[in-house]
Design a protein around this ligand. Structure first.
Ligand code: URA
Length: 234
């Protein structure tokens, strides 16, 4: 059960005080009856909640897949344009943040949510959730690099978990990289150890869920329950 003003403000993307006004004016009905007290609680899964005759869609948390373009930072605030800033207005709501960071010049799958526990579960290195990337490199790598990734590289004071490196072209200048943690510039630093520069980097999957290829850069969509589980590798 959630407070009615919370349900209305989140689902209509309006302030709590505006939601209270709507409720006081009798526009909001629960199971066909106008409810004039904002303190009233309702069960958004079971109760039929309407505002001005239109069904209200409410979910406690949202999970959004975005295909991040270059030049946008994965943060919820900052001096520069963020992935949260470029969400369509209809998807904006309070407390959204990206679960995990991509560099400003990295593209691909960013998961934006307001569910802190979920974000913690998918980001904790303890849970070993794989994050899959494709990388374009300035020079080829060889089997020594593949083995070093597999054995867990040391980067300054950080020890990387075993990572999987697979060539995607015969020149060995494009690769799929799977890592299970999210250290700062991790993939770029892993290649830099071998004198290789990452020219392009794109995240293509989180857990078992691939980036939806129908999403153009900057586009996004909600995940369904099945897809949310796939991110957790379930
Ligand atoms: N590794 C990097 O170097 N950059 C990213 O954006 C993600 C992983």
């Amino acid at each position: 059960m959630e407070r009615l003003d919370k349900i209305i403000s989140q689902s209509l993307n309006i302030s709590r005080s505006d939601a209270k006004e709507y409720i006081k004016s009798g526009l909001v009905t629960v199971n066909g009856t106008a409810v004039k007290s904002a303190n009233e609680k309702a069960d958004a899964q079971k109760d039929k909640i309407e505002c001005d005759g239109k069904a209200v869609c409410y979910s406690k948390f949202v999970y959004i897949m975005m295909n991040k373009p270059k030049g946008i930072i994965s943060a919820s605030q900052g001096g520069e344009k963020t992935v949260v800033d470029i969400l369509p207005d209809s998807m904006k709501r309070k407390n959204l943040f990206p679960a995990g960071r991509l560099d400003k010049d990295t593209t691909g799958f960013v998961l934006i949510t307001d569910d802190g526990d979920f974000a913690h579960r998918i980001l904790s290195p303890k849970n070993h959730i794989p994050k899959t990337y494709t990388a374009v490199l300035d020079k080829p790598f060889d089997s020594d690099v593949i083995d070093a990734f597999k054995n867990g590289l040391s980067l300054k004071n950080d020890k990387c978990l075993p990572a999987q490196l697979t060539p995607l072209n015969s020149e060995y200048t494009e690769a799929q990289v799977i890592i299970r943690q999210g250290m700062y510039h991790q993939i770029k630093r892993m290649f830099a150890k071998f004198g290789i520069t990452v020219i392009e980097l794109k995240r293509t999957a989180m857990g078992r869920l691939p980036l939806d290829l129908s999403l153009g850069e900057g586009e996004c969509r909600y995940l369904n329950d099945e897809e949310i589980k796939m991110v957790e590798n379930k």
